[in-house]
Design a protein around this ligand. Structure first.
Ligand code: GLA
Length: 390
């Protein structure tokens, strides 16, 4: 999609065509890549995502008759009309379940919202592990919040969006993606403690440091709802129970050997625990490097994170492993899969001068292996959700 087609003005114009009147405003929420901290968010741990420049735009106007009308551009799907009073979970409701779920979650939480007309358009790649769902949810949440003058704090909007996805859409995700979409700021990664949603914006101006962060969309489509994610989650909960802690976040890395010894007769859970505990530690290492102005030093931390996701958490796939291996061999500072796994995207940190050769090496390795050509693009940390107009 061109920049113009994705502008607030164009989105407002399409809304007017669809609904016959101008919208009250246009809101945007971004997709994300997670720099480090994978599968830690449902263990009350640390994550560090950043917002992509790719966004979902929502043009919206309030209604007073309790009707929710949802339309989107071709990428998402057609028009859906629902009564707020009738909102209930319908399996396989498609894209409209995400915005409908947000309206449902707001009402469930006791917020008085009337109806609304909404039109969505998005440049966040779908199914690429870049949180297109969270972008759609958070754009809706912010639009409805603003339209109805609720003034909810950003972390609260993220929680409502997550509730929509968990309880209405039926995907058992953590809180990282929605918080990234709601709370990120340009030029920064978001260091988030998922236990209490306290967060800090950590400067990560990759361009000024002479670095590039490449996103490699393997085009292998992941499906978080397919059970493997829920299985990992359940395994982590089993581990926490066996160790007598509230969540795996409460196992300090210094006590990991003891914890692993206790889990010796359950190797699957033992490996999951090893990943989560070391991954929380990797987030803290990465934050320390960025705070100290050493962005290059996070490279090996990223690659160690990939090894752990591949070998211990077992959520990688051949395409993601190939991307990481080839990027590292071609001179990247570090690389890893990002997001839930089983496909989706990898991220690669490179010196600016190495971006071209590394990209070439990736393309050629995918061709040689007979994989679908990956989509590779640079990411600079973008802004979180915002109102664009008026
Ligand atoms: C998906 C989920 C997130 C998080 C990641 C793994 O993106 O939506 O909540 O669990 O997987 O880190």
């Amino acid at each position: 999609m061109t920049d113009t087609a994705h502008s607030a003005a164009h989105t407002a114009a399409v809304f007017r065509q669809e609904y016959g009147a101008a919208p009250a405003g246009v809101w945007a929420a971004p997709g994300r890549v997670n720099l480090i901290g994978e599968h830690t968010d449902y263990n009350a741990g640390f994550v560090m995502p950043l917002a992509l420049p790719h966004t979902t735009l929502a043009a919206a106007a309030p209604r007073t008759d309790g009707l929710l009308r949802l339309t989107s551009d071709g990428a998402l799907g057609g028009t859906v009309e629902l009564r707020l009073d009738d909102l209930r979970r319908t399996p396989d409701a498609g894209w409209a379940a995400y915005p409908a779920g947000v309206a449902w979650a707001l009402r469930e939480a006791g917020h008085r919202i009337g109806g609304a007309d909404l039109y969505f358009t998005s440049t966040v790649p779908l199914g690429a592990g870049l949180s297109s769902s969270a972008a759609l949810e958070v754009a809706t949440a912010l639009a409805l919040d603003d339209l109805h003058g609720l003034g909810l704090p950003r972390p609260e909007l993220a929680l409502l969006a997550q509730r929509a996805e968990n309880a209405f859409v039926g995907v058992p995700c953590g809180i990282m993606d929605q918080t990234a979409a709601a709370c990120c700021t340009a030029g920064h990664a978001l260091f988030l403690d998922t236990r209490d949603l306290t967060h800090r914006h950590v400067p990560f101006d990759s361009a000024a440091a002479g670095l590039r962060l490449l996103v490699v969309d393997t085009r292998v489509r992941h499906q978080l709802g397919d059970g493997a994610y829920a299985e990992r989650r359940a395994g982590c909960e089993r581990g926490a129970r066996a160790l007598g802690v509230r969540a795996l976040r409460d196992v300090p890395v210094a006590l990991l050997p003891e914890a692993l010894a206790k889990l010796a007769d359950d190797p699957v859970v033992r490996d999951l625990v090893r990943h989560v505990v070391t991954e929380n530690d990797r987030v803290e290492q990465a934050v320390a490097h960025l705070d100290a102005g050493r962005p290059r030093a996070i490279g090996p931390v990223l690659t160690a994170g990939h090894t752990s996701l591949r070998d211990d958490f077992k959520v990688s796939c051949p395409e993601l492993d190939l991307a990481v291996e080839v990027a590292d061999a071609a001179g990247a500072l570090g690389a890893r899969m990002t997001g839930g796994g089983f496909g989706g995207s990898a991220l690669v940190l490179v010196e600016e001068a190495a971006a071209e050769p590394v990209t070439e090496a990736l393309r050629s390795a995918f061709a040689t292996a007979g994989h679908t050509p990956p989509r590779i693009f640079p990411a600079v940390p973008g802004a979180g959700a915002r109102r664009l107009t008026p």
